[in-house]
Design a protein around this ligand. Structure first.
Ligand code: NAD
Ligand code: UFG
Length: 339
């Protein structure tokens, strides 16, 4: 057992990181948050403090700044790292491939270098189902091969996973969690997703349209080979995803193996179409949601959902919430933002 329960969370001021900080604190961990606020501000940190009633140990800084990280790791006794910090907008990555590669890959390498020097071994990485592209078999399991990445963003996730596969052999204990489509917000409505500018993702676009911030939702395509013609995804509540991180960490800390690398899908196992999600939002919230069918969005995969059997079995993790719950929580959060 580790003497220290202090966990560094990089990117902890962002959407998934912030929800995970809450669950880590609920589970009794001490958390040190690092974020350079390139895609966030202090709103979610304040929200976490309200939910937990505790002050957050927050350090503004960049994961590519080795001196900053080294000083931090020297002054705190760190048991492990959860690495969320990355740039994540698929479309923007096509415009700015160098920025994406530089930020996402240099951040990973610098964090690992400092961990090695400071003898911290336990590491959890935010990966994505994007590494699969359009898989040949659905539900997709962890053995499916990487397909050619659809975007520079997707390529950074594939490269980062390959780096981790090399590096663990030198004495790291590493888990990559391949998230499917995280949606929703904390049930308290004190933290949630805060996209800067026009949202790319479906659920913030839905909630902003229903709130009157946007005119109309465009459903990108209804001519796919799916039951209702719209794309199919595996929508997972962000709090369930946060809990998967806590389970993964506990699992890592309980194992005695000195070097390991494991990859887990984190999804519900259920495919839900875009139109099903849109209709569920209208039904569950009673809100008005103007939408129309538009053309396909380039780069979208037709359907993908997880085989989550590995994480179910090895970590005893199962989602507690439905996509409908996530929509209700996202709507409550949106209404708070709109006030
Ligand atoms: P987010 O943008 O809300 O959070 C990422 C945080 O990292 C932001 O607060 C940003 O300011 C910070 N950051 C970025 N570069 C940094 C750097 N160099 N140093 C310090 N901080 C830095 O994104 P999110 O949705 O919470 O995503 C978290 C992680 O999960 C990312 O790695 C993302 O690629 C991955 N992921 C997200 C999704 C999704 O749909 N949201 C799906 C799969 C994987
Ligand atoms: N969609 C719409 N209208 C919108 C926004 C989205 O119809 O305004 C549709 C998309 O076409 C897609 C579905 O809703 O069919 C989900 O789209 P998102 O952008 O919310 O999510 P993606 O599945 O495209 O992307 C997510 C993550 C990425 C990750 C990718 C891997 O956001 O980080 O999964 O497939 F790379």
């Amino acid at each position: 057992m580790h003497a220290s329960k202090k966990i560094v969370v990089t990117g902890g001021a962002g959407y998934i990181g912030a929800h995970t900080v809450v669950e880590l604190m609920n589970a009794g961990y001490e958390v040190v948050v690092i974020d350079n606020l390139v895609n966030s501000d202090m709103t979610l940190i304040t929200g976490i403090e309200k939910i937990t009633g505790k002050k957050i140990n927050f350090h503004k800084g960049d994961c590519r700044d080795k001196t900053f990280l080294t000083n931090l790791f020297r002054t705190e006794s760190i048991a492990g790292v959860m690495h969320f910090a990355a740039l994540k907008a698929v479309g923007e990555s096509v415009q700015k491939p160098l920025e994406y590669h530089e930020n996402n890959i240099s951040s990973l390498i610098t964090v690992l270098q400092v961990m090695r020097e400071q003898k911290v071994k336990d590491f959890i990485f935010s990966s994505s189902c994007t590494v699969y592209g359009q898989p040949d078999n659905i539900p997709v399991d962890e053995h499916a091969p990487f397909k050619k990445a659809e975007s520079p963003y997707g390529l950074t996730k594939q490269i980062c996973e390959q780096i981790l596969e090399d590096v663990y052999k030198t004495g790291f204990r590493i888990i990559s969690l391949r998230y499917f489509n995280p949606i929703g917000a904390h049930p308290s409505a004190l933290i949630g997703e805060m996209p800067i500018g026009t949202p790319n993702n479906l659920v913030p676009y839905i909630t902003q349209t229903a709130a009157g911030w946007r005119d109309k939702l465009i459903v990108f395509g209804n001519d796919y080979n799916t039951p209702d013609g719209s794309c199919v995804r595996d929508f997972i509540h962000v709090v369930d995803l946060a809990e998967a991180h806590v389970k993964a960490l506990a699992w890592l800390q309980a194992t005695k193996t000195t070097a390991l690398y494991e990859v887990f899908n984190v999804g519900t196992g259920n495919g839900v179409s875009v139109l099903q999600l849109v209709n569920a939002f209208i039904r569950k919230t009673g809100a008005k949601l103007p939408f129309r069918i538009g053309p396909r969005r380039p780069g979208d995969v037709e359907k993908v959902y997880a085989n989550p059997e590995k994480i179910n079995r090895m970590m005893n993790w199962k989602p507690r919430y439905t996509p409908e719950d996530a929509l209700v929580h996202a709507w409550a959060w949106q209404q708070k933002l709109s006030r």
